[in-house]
Design a protein around this ligand. Sequence first.
Ligand code: PMP
Length: 412
Amino acid sequence: MDKILQKSFDINQIRNDFPILSKSVNNKPLIYFDNAATTQKPKHVIDAVSRFYESENSNVHRGVHDLSQKATAIFEESREKIRAFLNAKESSEIIYVRGTTEAINLVARSYGGQFLNEGDEIILSAMEHHSNIVPWQQIAEEKRLILRIIPINDEGELLLDEFEKLISIRTKLISIVHVSNSLGTVNPVKHIIDKAHECEIPVLIDGAQSTPHMAVDVQALDCDFYTVSGHKLFGPTGIGILYGKKQLLEKMPPYQGGGDMIRSVTFEKTTYNVLPNKFEAGTPNIAGVVGLGAAIDYINSIGLNLITEYEQDLFKYASEVLGNLEGLKIIGKAANKTAVISFLCGDIHPHDIGTILDHDGIAIRAGHHCTQPLMQRLGLTATARISLAFYNTKNEIDSFAETIPKLFKIFS
Ligand code: PMP
């Protein structure tokens, strides 16, 4: 894989690295504020994926020929990069999956299927994405488990006292989002993990929205499982990570059966492969893995600390600008927030806000953001949402702000 030169945080250079950012939409320069849905890809990632298909493509693990060995080497190098990125102890704790959705389904099916029994309780929160609700509901229905939900206040923060009251000897797992995709709340996951571990309860952290914005150290957090969506981390779609502590993953049964996850197969009995292969049945998304490795190289070349610093400044600016716009109401005012601002403009439907902004080349998202229970808690059906990345600028926020009075005029 290409080495990329270390850069300082040069926003113009960074924007040049993302070809799509120079596109026009509706004859206006694209302003991409839908990063919580998926992020754009730097040329470094695009090139790594096309180079793979042009000159390195082969299946991994089973080949003796040169190309297969090269593909396997790149595939495993990426795993090591991801291990370092999350500061996992061992690369065998890094399982390739499709994304956060599959990572949570894997844990619900495998860990839940093996270790949870009738009457056991799982704690979630009121701000979870559907992918951290539905897999638990499915296994709960099958095994007669009970879901307990940590409530939130009107600012969009978890009520930690209530959380502690929910913990009991029946609690067998806690699964919580690190950063809310609808509100931008950064949850105190370290505190939650420490409390859970006092009672020996394992904790899964949904990291879909955290990893693009802040350094995550799974050993420092001491979480038992952590999930990553590659496509939100400037990598390709269809690739993500489940991090799990080795001693847990080793005890868990495979999630899917097939090639690569076995040690030996007879019609009488199959024995399973070691980690991580035990959880990686079938031909994986090899190009996706290559692209994700390249995305991590790219992030590292800038430095996640510089990215966080820039984004925090941008986020503060955006919060102030939006907060001062007449008629615009920010939904979610947690003290600790990042990257995401949900809002309403009077009684204009969020979909209409999205459509009008699109006329000006501004891509935002409108809807329930796959958090319907959260919307119900807030008494809403939908919000409009801008979500930022480190290639966004204050100028773009100003352009957004200029369209809001226009929007009110159209709907007045
Ligand atoms: N959790 C959160 C907080 C998310 O924002 C998302 C994606 N919107 C997911 C889970 C699901 O991730 P994916 O679609 O990449 O599987």
